[in-house]
Design a protein around this ligand. Structure first.
Ligand SMILES: NC(=O)c1ccc[n+]([C@@H]2O[C@H](COP(=O)([O-])OP(=O)(O)OC[C@H]3O[C@@H](n4cnc5c(N)ncnc54)[C@H](OP(=O)(O)O)[C@@H]3O)[C@@H](O)[C@H]2O)c1
Length: 346
């Protein structure tokens, strides 16, 4: 049986096996991956029918939490973290053939199912998406959950009927993974984009290069404000939650929409209903994890046509598997820009 490298999050034996969680780089064989999927109740769990040789994963905010032992992401122990996996199908009892180059974002990976920070992944074939022929596996991994979520947010804004003619749009957490790709996608779609960041001094040129026409300091939105504020945005893509999202909603123009996808500032939402009932605004929740196969293919079709691969390469760093834990620390400290792809190797 072939072995492969993998990050594994384990809980310490203390407190009846509920002690502190830590991640370590280990060598596994596929029995380890089978163990978890066979725990699911017959018929009620996901249909794990496809084996992928993972070439690339990435470090999303959730992966940073998992790799540093923080709560809220890993739901079973021990678990291979990594909510993204891109690679080559080795075996499938689903719709795939050996040699197909595929990618998977979320769908329980790295949360309740073993994830992508490993040389192999056993996954649900129905949630896989073929890597578009116009991009490399590394570029698909650079898009990853962050870009998929940014695209779902843009699609939600469009579904709501907001067009570039309706006014400027705001992206919060703009220098991060979701934010930076959202800025570039919205600019590509013709929107005038304002990027909100805590790193105006160092990241303004980067955000302008991605297509932002204005960059504001996130401090402008970070504290609780008035329930109704000057109308500024036709739409918002919010990666940070908390008072930032409440203020952004309070600044939406009549009939505007905020796509809420993140909580980097806070999971709290302490606001009033006034913008909803006086300006008819909408809060659209974005959930990349549970997206259906159809939603995934629709989003990836748009990613294939809309992502500027030159800009994508410019916002991507590539690290070896062994560096994932160190990158996680930097993500949580707010020190990472754009996307970090993890090359599995080995
Ligand atoms: N709903 C979904 O399906 C889904 C999918 C993917 C991600 N997410 C969530 O979306 C968020 C962003 O994910 P990501 O992978 O893009 O993370 P990331 O790369 O770490 O980006 C997060 C960005 O948020 C900003 N930020 C960090 N701390 C902040 C604070 N205290 N106050 C205000 N802004 C802060 C920073 O941007 P600046 O430096 O520019 O200020 C940071 O770069 C996370 O909460 C993640 O869990 C949700």
């Amino acid at each position: 049986m072939q072995s492969f490298p993998a990050w594994v999050v384990r809980r310490a034996e203390s407190d009846g096996g509920r002690g502190a969680a830590t991640a370590s780089l280990e060598t596994l064989d596929s029995d380890f991956l089978d163990g978890l999927s066979s725990d699911d109740d017959a018929g009620s769990g996901p249909m794990i029918d496809t084996v992928v040789r993972v070439e690339y994963s990435s470090v999303n905010y959730k992966d940073a939490l998992a790799l540093t032992g923080r709560p809220g992401v890993v739901r079973r122990w021990p678990l291979v973290p990594g909510i993204d996996a891109t690679g080559v199908v080795i075996e499938s009892h689903g719709p795939w053939r050996p040699g197909d180059v595929v990618t998977l974002n979320g769908a329980g990976l790295g949360e309740s199912l073993h994830g992508g920070l490993a040389g192999r992944a056993h996954v649900e074939g129905s949630r896989l998406v073929a890597v578009p022929p116009t991009m490399s596996a590394r570029q698909a991994a650079a898009i990853g959950t962050a870009g998929f979520t940014a695209m779902l947010s843009v699609l939600a804004i469009e579904r709501h009927g907001v067009t570039p003619q309706d006014g400027p749009v705001l992206v919060t957490g703009a220098s991060g993974g979701v934010g930076s790709i959202a800025v570039s996608l919205l600019a590509h779609a013709g929107f005038e984009v304002t990027a909100s960041t805590g790193r105006v001094a160092t990241q303004s040129a980067f955000l302008t290069e991605l297509g932002a026409t204005d960059v504001i300091d996130r401090a402008e939105l970070a504290e609780a404000g008035k329930p109704m504020q000057t109308q500024r945005w036709a739409a918002v893509v919010d990666a940070v939650g908390g008072p930032t999202l409440v203020n952004a909603v309070a600044q939406l123009r009549h009939g505007g929409v905020a796509a809420a996808c993140g909580l980097a500032q806070s999971a709290d939402y302490v606001g009033t209903v006034l913008p909803y009932i006086l300006r008819g605004v909408t809060l659209a929740g974005i959930n990349s994890v549970e997206a259906s196969g159809e939603e995934r293919r629709a989003a990836w079709d748009r990613l294939e046509s809309d992502v500027d691969l030159r800009l994508l390469d410019g916002l991507t760093s590539v690290v070896p598997l062994s560096a994932a834990r160190e990158v996680a620390d930097r993500v949580l400290a707010g020190g990472v820009r754009g996307r970090t792809v993890v090359e599995i190797g080995g």
